[in-house]
Structures are given as C-alpha cells and as structure tokens.
Write a protein that binds this ligand. Structure first.
Ligand code: GRF
Length: 194
C-alpha cells in the first residue's frame, strides 16, 4: 500500500521534523516525507532535510510578518502538489495559513502547539504558562483553521510544571512530549483512522 505522503512546513530548528523523520526511519511511522518547506532561508529544518536527502525548499514569504503574500502561498501549494502531499504537517511554522491552502487540504493540515489548548495560544506558550502560575501544561496537535491555534484538537499530552522551572527547562520538557505525540498522531492518519 502507498505510504502517506507528508509535506512539512517549518520556520525553526526542526526538532519535531527530526522526530517524525526518525520515526519513519525506524519503521515506527508508515509515511514518507515528500517535501520540507521553510519561510526562513537559514532554518535548521532545511539543513536537517537536506542531510536526509529530502527535497527542501525555501519560499520567500513576502513583506508581511505573520502571514504569507498570496504568491508565496501559491508557490507552497504548487510544491505540495508536485510532491503529491496528502497531509500537511506544520512543525514550528510561524505564519498564518489562509484560504487557498486550507481549501486545497480540507482537514489535512495539522499543527503542534506547546500548550494544552485552548489555554495559552500564540507565541511562547510555555512562558505564558509560567507567568500564569500553572502547575501543568503540555502540547496539543490540532487541525489548522483560519484562526491562531483555534482548530479542532486531535490529541494532547500533559507535562508537569515544577516551581523551579526556567522557561528553557519547561520548553525542553514540552518538546520531549511533542516528539512523542506528533509522530503518533501522524500515524493515525497513516493508518486511515483520521
Ligand atoms: C514547537 O515547540 C512547537 O510546539 C511550536 O514551535 C516549536 C517548533 O520547534 N509550534 P521545532 O522547530 O520543531 O524544534
């Protein structure tokens, strides 16, 4: 049977991408990566993809900070289609996704966020949790919609917050949970359960 073809979009260091690629490599996740796309030319995620001999593409995002110019979104759509992508996986992607992409992949674009949504949407959610004095946080995999971190929740993983935690320590603990959760949820898509 054909493997589920993934398109990965990321703006950062790519540790979630690495966990997905590693899960595929060891046979724990029955999928394949069609293309990795970044809006940041120097992003670690592109280097990681190239090391693994995967197609890795930089797409210049245009002049906006939090969204893509229409030409950039069209280019991403073309790259995803060329690669035969069936599931779009946002892994540290820092821009809003709009109608053309959402319409092209209905319920086939997912994101991972470092909090137990709906708590602490937006940037640096682990810092938000610390400032709020929460004793627990976690990570959430959710469908992407037109809002920021508002789409339907697919799965969550809980992480304790200790009184001595620095933001860095808490973020690292959440990321460890992300690296387990994301490949597992993608596996549900690969098995046709979503
Ligand atoms: C993760 O913490 C994820 O929750 C958030 O962005 C971060 C990406 O990290 N959306 P990485 O690039 O996968 O290491």
């Amino acid at each position: 049977m054909a493997k589920l073809k993934l398109g990965i979009l990321g703006s950062g260091k790519g540790s979630n991408f690495r966990s997905i690629a590693d899960a595929i490599k060891v046979g724990a996740l029955d999928a394949e990566v069609g293309v990795v796309i970044s809006d940041v030319e120097t992003a670690g995620i592109l280097s990681l993809a190239r090391e693994r001999k995967m197609r890795a593409e930089f797409v210049a995002p245009g002049k906006f900070k939090t969204k893509l110019e229409p030409e950039a979104e069209e280019r991403i759509l073309t790259l995803l289609r060329e690669a035969g992508v069936e599931l779009v996986v946002l892994a540290g992607w820092m821009r809003m996704i709009k109608a053309p992409l959402l319409d092209a992949f209905p319920r086939r674009i997912i994101n991972i966020h470092p909090s137990l949504l709906p708590a602490f949407p937006g940037l640096e959610a682990w810092k938000q949790a610390l400032v709020a004095g929460a004793t627990e946080t976690g990570c959430t995999v959710h469908y992407v919609d037109t809002g920021m971190d508002t789409g339907e929740v697919l799965a969550q993983s809980r992480v304790p917050i200790f009184p001595s935690d620095t933001p860095e320590e808490l973020h690292a603990r959440i990321q460890n949970a992300e690296h387990e959760l994301y490949p597992a949820v993608i596996g549900e898509f690969a098995r046709g359960l979503k």
